[in-house]
Structures are given as C-alpha cells and as structure tokens.
Design a protein. Structure first.
Length: 207
C-alpha cells in the first residue's frame, strides 16, 4: 500500500536493501527535529485518508505476544511509530497513555511501534515512565518502510476492517478535548453503522 503523500516502500537492487532502514531513520531524525517544539495547536489533529488496506505485518510486543493485522481487527487502532531518541515522541507518550485509559472499555487500541531500538533500551524507557500501552517492536524497520512512514512521530488510524483511514505527522495532544471528540465520533459512527446493518437484515422478517 502507498498512502497519499508517502513515498512508500522502496524497491530496487537487493544490494541496496540493508541501507533502506538507515536512510529511513535518517529522514526520521530530520523530521523529528522540525517538530521538537511539540504539538502545534493550529494543526489538524488527524488528516483523513481514503480507506486503504494496511500492509500485512507481524511484530512482537515487549512480552513476546504477536501483534498482527488479524489480531487487531474489530477495533479502531492508533498505530504510533516512535523511537526512544525522538523528543516529540517522548513528549506525546503520556497523552497516548491517557487516550488508551480513556477508551479502555471501548473497541479502540493504542499500539506504539518502536522502530529499531534495542529491546533493553525500550524496556528501560517504559519502566522509567510507567507506561502501559502495548509496544510492538519493529526491530528491522520493515513495518516502518511498508507503511511508507517518513518521520517520527507518525500516527496512523486503522478502522476495524484493518484499513488506514487517518494520519498525523508530528506530535499531537491525544488527550485533548478535540482528540476525545474525534475518537468518540469514530466509535459512534461505527455503532450507528452496525445498528443500521442489523436493522436492514431484519427488514421484511415477520415477528
């Protein structure tokens, strides 16, 4: 899949593949440096995208549990690409945790995708901050590349069918009233759609 505005996964000679991850991370460093000041209150929270099937992925979280497309279906997913050295990533982590806590009883999952940090470094980072959101490890940077991500932090919103429907490049205040209203709207729309489908399936059936 190639999302609008993204370069998408690079394809070329096999000899170039070992360099792709490092080039992508270098781009991430440059991007992160431009947003180090934190969330911009005048920037849209999430850019709406035409629904597109997410690339297939299989990662492990910090407990060794699989994180896959299939395992996340049925819920809206906030997929946040980050690294421990990224200042704006670190600053928005508490807001992501607050978002997950706010919707813990609803079909919404926050998954942080750490890109190419050593596992001990990630573990120490999480322990220092008492963060409880699920962290998946993209140890090779393959998922980062497959989604066409070009910088940190980048957050993608997946719908319950596993399609990418939104994107935020740079840090966001995920615990703000605007963010809460955005996700409440997604969940309400989903519930309304399911209710409508259920009503349609019963139409014409005699009591």
């Amino acid at each position: 899949m190639r999302l609008p505005g993204f370069t998408g996964p690079m394809r070329g000679a096999r000899s170039l593949r070992p360099w792709i991850g490092w080039l992508a991370l270098a781009a991430g460093v440059l991007f992160a440096s431009t947003v180090a000041a934190g969330p911009d209150p005048h920037r849209a929270l999430v850019e709406a995208l035409p629904a597109a099937e997410a690339p297939a992925f299989h990662m492990l979280d910090m407990r060794g549990a699989p994180v896959t497309n299939g395992g996340l279906r049925g819920a809206f997913v906030v997929l946040n690409f980050w690294a421990t050295w990224c200042v704006p990533c670190v600053r928005e982590m508490p807001a992501l945790q607050a978002l997950q806590d706010r919707f813990k009883e609803r079909p919404l999952r926050v998954v942080g995708v750490n890109v190419m940090d050593p596992q001990p470094r990630i573990a120490a980072f999480l322990a220092e901050r008492s963060l409880g959101i699920q962290i998946a490890r993209d140890a090779s940077g393959q998922v980062f590349r497959d989604f066409g991500v070009v910088g940190f932090p980048t957050t993608l919103v997946l719908d319950p069918e596993g399609r990418v429907v939104g994107r935020a490049m740079g840090a966001r205040a995920w615990d703000s009233p605007e963010a809460i209203a955005y996700f409440q709207g997604l969940l309400a729309g989903r519930a309304s759609g399911e209710a409508g489908a259920s009503g349609s399936s019963l139409a014409g059936v005699n009591p």
